[in-house]
Design a protein around this ligand. Structure first.
Ligand code: 13P
Length: 254
């Protein structure tokens, strides 16, 4: 059985004070939700305050990025040791915005994923095709390459414990989510690729969907057998909305 996994990616939103106020509002709303991993990824600056504000709740805290060097002359970067020291337990890696706006590559995703696992944190590895790639019928090729190269060299056990987020770029922030059929098809394909690389670990690895997830569409999406939860941008910025999304997500495999 795969435990549903629902994560908020706040991107570059919320001050430290706003993050703490959100946590105080949100945590009680999901107190009664069982058997779902609930994660919030705020900007770096809010990480320690959010860890503290969610300490006695069911909410886990993720970073949106990481640098793999332990320390050094890397202006503007944050290391895994710094995240660990702040109580962060997960890291989003290879988000399409990082790939498109900051030049991240599959090789870089692989380096970050391996380092994150070595540090004892859980990677949330993002994959997904652009509209141009989908229209050129290259979706599966792109997903295969991102999964193959992004997870190269990992053991089956490591893959079983991480999370893959399928986020079609054309669905991010557009209000146009993938249909349940489109998501299901892509998730099944990703799981096949995982199985070809890692065998039985594919059945344990959670593959979550991201791209215009809202309270009104999450139940239908996560009812599909290969959709194990959601990675939510805009609709996670309001605590009531994100709590509704958490409550509406359903176990993919029971
Ligand atoms: P939206 O939910 O705003 O489309 O963003 C999705 C996303 O990129 C989450 O990582």
């Amino acid at each position: 059985m795969r435990r549903p996994f629902v994560a908020a990616n706040w991107k570059m939103h919320k001050t430290v004070q706003e993050a703490v106020a959100y946590a105080r509002d949100f945590a009680p709303r999901v107190e009664a939700v069982r058997n779902v991993d609930i994660v919030i990824a705020p900007p770096f600056l809010a990480l320690p305050a959010l860890v503290e504000a969610t300490a006695n709740s069911r909410v886990l805290v993720a970073a949106q990025n990481v640098h793999t060097a332990p320390h050094g002359a890397f202006t503007g970067e944050v290391s895994l040791g710094m995240l660990q020291g702040s109580g962060v337990t997960l890291v989003i890696i290879g988000h399409s915005e990082r790939r498109q706006l900051f030049g991240e590559t599959d090789a870089g995703v692989n380096t970050k994923t391996r380092a994150t696992i070595d540090a004892g944190l859980t990677p949330i590895v993002c994959v997904g095709e652009t509209l141009e790639e989908r229209e050129a019928d290259r979706t599966f090729d792109v997903l295969d390459r991102q999964v193959r190269d992004g997870l190269a060299g990992l053991s089956a056990g490591q893959v079983a414990a991480l999370v893959v987020a399928y986020e079609p770029v054309w669905a991010i922030g557009t209000g146009r989510n993938a249909t349940p059929d489109q998501a299901d098809e892509a998730h099944r394909h990703i799981r096949q690729q995982l199985a070809s690389q890692f065998g039985d670990a594919a059945a344990a690895c959670r593959v979550i969907y991201g791209g215009s997830v809202k309270p009104g569409n999450v139940a239908e999406l996560s009812a599909r057998p290969d959709v194990d939860g959601a990675l939510v941008g805009g609709a996670s910025l309001d605590p009531a909305s994100f709590a509704e999304i958490v409550a509406s997500s359903r176990p993919a495999t029971v």
